[in-house]
Design a protein around this ligand. Structure first.
Ligand code: OSB
Ligand code: MG
Length: 359
């Protein structure tokens, strides 16, 4: 008994963002992605999405490196296999080093396929309970437009707003903006923009009103993160530093942070992510699901992940029209009363239409 992998298909799509996403690391104007379709012997279709960027500014992988690894290295390992559980994909891919985003994209499609095989929504298949996921948006703006962007996000009902910060951010302006919205949760994301030299600047973000600061230092700066956690009352959260369960173990051992951002692409897929969720649950580490400026397929997987009972902090969940004029899924993801309702259909719960991406 099991699911036979009959066909594995990759399609590259490309869309312009409605508005550039500007961070200290990179301005993203266009988004390329690789959509994975896996078809079983019984004709079921599972979908995944590769979240690597066109250039290696967030992680080492790129769309091009993933296209090669997925087609030439991973596909031959999985083709024609009979799987009795989606967990087996991680074992099949284990001989291949790194390349987490390439692996995750294919793994996602297999998990969708298994949920469809069982006839249940993916969020139920993994043991999720939350049926409404709080919507959170990211404001990546310069000081001049930040107030307008926050006001706009608040008017759309987002219950959490994440603001990209640097050592140069206008703290008085941020504090004033945050104080205007007592019902909204504010996160800060530094994308590793601080260093030992401006450690003092970071501590000045303590009383701005942020409930956490994401990745203040570089991904290998474990000592600096541990120091920040000790000295600051605002929680420290790691994003880029966490690439596997070993990094989470190290983080806990060194007391380098209180919270982590789960991103299945960076972690290598569902199997590793679910192991990490279990470790964090046991260790009292907070978790939330992070975004990658992605299309609806990856978002649908992320929504399923966020339905797990131990994930209580609001993630990067904006609606389909936030980045795109039109998403590649139907129905599109919508924010109603600050929340996104999970679908009841089997698998990811959304139909995929790549014609909407010009294919
Ligand atoms: O650091 O969280 C990040 C987007 C791309 C790469 C890295 C990050 C982000 C975001 C999330 O901030 C944006 C989103 O998809 O909502
Ligand atoms: Mg981040």
């Amino acid at each position: 008994m099991g699911v036979t992998i009959r066909e594995i298909r990759f399609q590259r799509i490309h869309k312009k963002l409605k508005k550039p996403f500007v961070t200290s690391l990179q301005a993203v104007n266009d988004r390329e992605a690789i959509i994975v379709t896996i078809i079983s012997d019984s004709g079921l279709e599972g979908f995944g999405e590769c979240v690597a960027f066109s250039t290696p500014w967030y992680t080492e992988e790129t769309v091009e490196s993933c296209a090669f690894v997925m087609e030439r290295v991973l596909k031959p390992l999985l083709q024609a296999r009979i799987l009795s559980s989606p967990h087996e994909v991680a074992t099949v891919f284990a001989p291949v080093k790194g390349n987490h985003m390439a692996k995750a994209a294919i793994e996602m499609a297999v998990w969708d396929l298994f949920a469809k095989y069982e006839g249940v929504p993916l969020w139920q298949y993994i043991g999720g309970l939350h049926k409404h996921i709080p919507a959170g948006v990211v404001v990546a703006a310069s000081d001049d437009s930040i107030l307008r962007d926050i006001e706009q996000a608040a008017s759309k009902g987002y219950s959490r707003i994440k603001i990209k910060i640097t050592a140069e951010s206008d703290r008085a302006l941020l504090k004033e903006a945050i104080s205007r919205y007592p019902d909204i949760i504010f996160f800060a994301d530094a994308n590793g923009g601080f260093s030992e030299d401006n450690f003092g600047q970071l501590t000045l973000f303590n009383d701005i009103g942020f409930s956490l600061i994401e990745q203040p230092f570089g991904e290998q700066e474990w000592d600096l993160h541990a120091q920040a956690k000790k000295q600051m009352k605002t929680s420290i959260c790691l994003d880029e530093s966490i690439k596997s369960i070993h990094d989470v173990e190290r983080m806990i051992e060194m007391q380098a942070a209180d919270i982590i951002v789960l991103k299945m692409g960076r972690l290598g897929g569902w199997h590793e992510t679910l192991k990490i969720v279990e470790l964090c649950r046991r260790s009292g580490i907070g978790m939330w699901v992070g975004g990658m400026i992605e299309f609806g397929i990856s978002k649908a997987h992320n929504l399923a992940l966020a339905s797990l009972p131990d994930i209580v902090l609001p993630g990067d969940f904006s609606d389909s029209r936030h980045f795109w004029d039109e998403d590649v899924i139907a129905p599109e993801i919508m924010v109603i009363d600050g929340k996104i309702e999970l679908q009841q259909q089997a698998g990811i719960g959304y139909d995929v239409d790549l014609k909407k991406a010009g294919l």
